[in-house]
Design a protein around this ligand. Structure first.
Ligand code: NAD
Ligand code: DAU
Length: 353
């Protein structure tokens, strides 16, 4: 038996593979095209481990995906591969349409063909697990109940629209062709190996570099935070116990304003790595122009996965954020290697130098 993971060199995919191989000896085929966000350094601890087979390639390459399915006969395909950064989707939506919509469509086609050609037992076990986001539900008003699996899809950014489209394709392949699918919709992740374009690693990196900590608008937008390894355990749980055709929301009941998150990071850094002038890192907080169409609030009701599948997160926000800051302090070479020329071009473009 084996599983095929796409996007396994990215933030969540690489954490998932590391966690998977801690819990199981079942091999992982990792298909990743290595965009700017894909980084094999996340997986160096698996060097020489025969359970991890890396294949550089695009999920949109139907022949390649079909060959991988036929050659390795995996019992599941887990689709993490995507363009994932909202700000980049605002500057250039085309890549998001290609990777997230066309890419998922091709994976579904390959999976449909594979399942049709498998022996009956293997075919009935096969499952296509699609990793999606809470952003497909749009923006919540203050005090409104958290998103459930029956909340309406109301995506607002090119990123969330592309993820919503991919979720609809996954649903349609179940309904029309009987493909056994599972869809997970998770809230904001944080933890080791997150590319420093996203709020938490960006602020840790900028704080240590003595640069501004850019808070969009009034900083009172709310996100619901989950430690990445808890997302990984939830995906394992859905894969093992989920009901084909169902969606599962994943979250940690951790709603925070962006300003609260950035201030928390500053306080932890003040303790772990005080500034040489004795001042707080909070002095570096700067309010900058808001993100166009910025969703005000996300909140996930994780009741279904908790009640039906018995999943619970292991970390609170307080424990997870401390681990995360410590990981970045301990892995400055990783940060240095990813904040290359291409990264600096992005920062100049997004924050105007
Ligand atoms: P990421 O940007 O860190 O990693 C994405 C990975 O996919 C990279 O390794 C990249 O090289 C690869 N990739 C992109 N396009 C590809 C293609 N066409 N073919 C093959 N590989 C390709 O993203 P992430 O934060 O790890 O997110 C992973 C998944 O989880 C995404 O589907 C995202 O929508 C979803 N998600 C993310 C979060 C979050 O907070 N980061 C929360 C909920 C859901
Ligand atoms: O909700 C799940 C989603 O979370 C995932 O689907 C996405 O892939 C992931 O990128 C993330 O999207 P967000 O847009 O919420 O994450 P980001 O880290 O970019 O921003 C978090 C919040 O912080 C958001 O309200 C925008 C704000 N922000 C972000 C950056 C990069 C700032 O205020 N300043 C910044 O410099």
């Amino acid at each position: 038996m084996a599983i095929l993971v796409t996007g396994g060199a990215g933030f969540i995919g690489s954490n998932f593979i590391l966690e998977w191989l801690k819990h199981s000896d079942e091999p992982v085929i990792n298909l990743d095209v290595l965009t700017y966000a894909g980084n094999l350094e996340n997986l160096t601890s698996l060097a020489g481990d025969a359970r991890h087979i890396f294949v550089k390639g695009n999920i949109g390459d139907l022949d390649l995906v079909s060959d991988l399915l036929a050659g390795h006969q995996p019992r599941a395909l887990l689709n993490f591969a995507a363009e994932s950064h909202v700000d980049r989707s605002i500057h250039g939506p085309e890549d998001f349409v290609q990777a997230n919509i066309v890419g998922t469509f091709r994976l579904l086609e390959a999976a449909r063909d594979y399942r049709g050609g498998q022996a009956q037992d293997a075919a009935s076990n096969f499952c296509f697990l699609h990793v999606s986001t809470d952003e497909v539900y749009g923006s919540l008003a203050e005090g409104a109940p958290a998103f459930t699996e029956s909340s309406r899809y109301e995506p607002n950014s090119p990123y969330s629209a592309s993820k919503a489209a991919s979720d609809h394709l996954v649903r349609a392949y179940h309904h029309t062709y009987g493909l056994p699918v599972l869809t997970t919709n998770c809230s904001n992740n944080y933890g080791p190996c997150q590319f420093p374009e996203k709020l938490i690693p960006l602020c840790i990196h900028n704080a240590l570099a003595g640069k501004p900590l850019p808070v969009y608008g009034d900083g009172l937008q709310i996100r619901d935070w989950l430690y990445v390894k808890d997302h990984c355990s939830a995906i394992r749980c859905v894969l093992e116990k989920g009901k084909p055709g169902d969606m599962y929301n994943i979250g940690g009941w951790n709603e925070k304003t962006n300003l609260e998150v950035v201030r928390t990071l500053c306080l932890i850094l003040d303790q772990c790595k005080p500034r040489s002038d004795g001042k707080s890192y909070q002095e570096q907080i700067v309010f900058v122009q808001d993100r166009p169409g910025h969703d005000r609030r996300y909140a996930i009701d994780a009741g279904k996965i908790e009640r039906q599948l018995g999943w619970k997160p292991a970390e609170t926000f307080e424990t997870g954020i401390r681990k995360t800051v410590q990981w970045y302090l301990d892995n400055q070479t990783w940060v240095k290697n990813v904040t290359s020329g291409a990264y600096r071009n992005w920062v100049d473009r997004q924050y105007g130098g």
